[in-house]
Design a protein around this ligand. Structure first.
Ligand code: SAH
Ligand code: F3S
Length: 463
């Protein structure tokens, strides 16, 4: 066992945006110690696996990946392996027993302690840092945060979740809600804008349930304050809980053009009976009403959602209600999953008949093909429209780049004589449309004056 700090690290990230941001936080702490990243795990002498446990065989998958890293460690005996994320929180000290070469375990609420944990490891301990300290005890050093290579600045505003959706493991892996103070959030957004980001994404498992611990200001107030910051061109937030979406929050879409016309609003099912068994605390009536109010507040608002098929007790009729909801709302995209029983959740104890796997598969495919038709139609209606596109990456072919429209659609486009930098905004005309992407061409400066998203002409209405 070496007593020296590692020289190169490699982080593997699974799961949601929060894990993505946690990985950035892990990386930045290592870089502060002079430990540099590598893209090749076999060159690393510190490997971090940032795991996700939201669905299916998560623990099994994580252990098998740790097994692969152990093989690398056999060739590089000084290498350290750290197990992070939601599966690490769940498994805790047990992981050290199951994986003899594992060096340490860090849960999501302890990400800020990596440097101390590494020091402890070098002193010969095998630390397990799990559990949920109070927000005020969590290290959250924003100035150190590395956001390299990213086109957007992500800011956690609320950690954990207090809901009890009967299928979901998140409340047990990320703990109870912890709200960050409004002053800290505004300072972090300011810092990211000064750094050069034009797009800010606020993060939380139930992001719109945020409340300022000091003043009790709610998420509508926060949206208003953040959207008013000088230099912010695009504001997004994820994930909103339908029942917690107040009219004041809806109004912010009308008030601030720089709040993107895009909202991820997980509905989970189109059947009130299933929603009740899921413990979601709202009905489809509430959802439809909210969608109407949102669309009235902002033309061109694109919605995406999460849906679970094959929840225990879901009948053909319930599933049909989900298809009906999809046809009625016409989402710009749908993330649909087969139900997967998670340890410690209430759903398996509801004594409902399981939906056979083959049937759940069939439902998922039916749902996907309906959604594909809708998505293609919605996207084709955008051909000829002009958007300010935020560049997210280089394209697959020379002369092209990829980005996102304000309504969060992926667009591949031919850049002009000069490519734009990742994170910049470019005006692009849509020329073709498919179910999952748009194809376009950058407009030259003589075609159109350079404008910021605030000044953009109204977006097409998607109904
Ligand atoms: N509020 C969280 C939800 C996290 S889980 C958020 O940030 O989105 C993300 C999605 O995974 C959920 O909306 C749900 O559709 C799906 N999911 C969660 N638990 C699941 C399970 N046990 N089986 C199948 N899908 C699940
Ligand atoms: Fe999970 Fe429901 Fe919270 S889906 S993260 S328990 S809002």
């Amino acid at each position: 066992m070496t007593k020296d700090l590692p020289k190169r690290f490699f982080v593997e990230t699974w799961g949601c945006q929060m894990n993505e941001l946690d990985s950035q936080r892990l990386s930045s702490q290592l870089m502060q110690e002079g430990i540099l990243p590598t893209r090749d795990a076999s060159q690393a002498d510190l490997i971090l696996l940032n795991s996700c446990s939201v669905r299916e065989k998560a623990a099994h998958k994580a252990y098998s990946r740790l097994g692969e890293y152990r093989l690398l460690k056999q060739q590089r005996p000084n290498m350290l392996i750290g197990f992070c994320g939601c599966v690490a929180q769940q498994e805790g000290a047990q992981a050290l027993k199951r994986v003899p070469d594992l060096d340490f375990v860090i849960g999501p609420a302890r990400v800020g302690e990596l440097r101390q944990i590494l020091q402890q490891r070098l002193l010969g301990k095998r630390p397990v840092a799990t559990g949920f300290p109070d927000a005020s005890d969590r290290n959250y050093d924003i100035d150190l945060l590395s956001r390299e290579g990213s086109h957007k600045g992500m800011v956690t505003i609320i950690e954990g979740c207090n809901k009890k959706c009967t299928f979901c493991i998140v409340p047990s892996t990320r703990g109870p809600e912890q709200n960050r103070p409004i002053g800290d959030i505004l300072a972090e957004v300011r810092h990211l804008l000064d750094f050069g980001f034009r797009e800010i994404e606020l993060l939380g498992q139930t992001v719109n349930h945020w409340r300022d611990p000091g003043t009790d200001a709610d998420f509508a107030v926060l949206l208003d304050r953040v959207a008013s910051l000088e230099g912010l061109e695009r504001l997004r937030f994820i994930t909103s809980y339908p029942r917690d979406f107040s009219q004041e929050m809806v109004n912010q879409f009308a008030r601030h053009p720089n709040i993107c016309p895009y909202l991820h609003l997980p509905v989970q099912s189109g059947s009130d009976r299933v929603l009740k068994m899921m413990g979601r605390g709202y009905t489809t009536e509430l959802y439809f009403d909210l969608v109407d109010r949102l669309r009235n507040s902002r033309a061109g608002l694109a919605l995406s959602t999460d849906i679970i098929v094959g929840f225990p007790g879901e009948t053909q009729q319930d599933f049909q209600a989900t298809l009906d909801l999809i046809s009625k709302v016409r989402f710009a995209s749908v993330y649909a999953f087969k139900y997967s029983p998670r340890p410690g959740t209430a759903a398996p104890r509801l004594n409902q008949p399981e939906v056979p796997l083959a049937e759940a598969d069939r439902r998922l495919q039916t749902l996907f093909s309906l959604q594909k038709e809708i998505q293609t139609e919605l996207n084709q209606a955008l051909v000829g429209d002009i958007f300010d596109v935020l560049i997210t990456s280089w394209g697959k072919t020379p002369g092209t780049q990829t980005g996102r429209t304000p309504c969060h659609r992926v667009i591949h486009f031919e850049h002009g004589s000069e490519p734009a930098a990742i994170g910049d905004l470019v005006r692009v005309k849509v020329e073709q449309a498919y179910a999952h992407s748009l194809i376009g061409r950058a407009m030259s400066h003589s075609d159109t004056p350079a404008v910021r998203s605030q000044d953009t002409s109204p977006l097409p209405i998607i109904t």
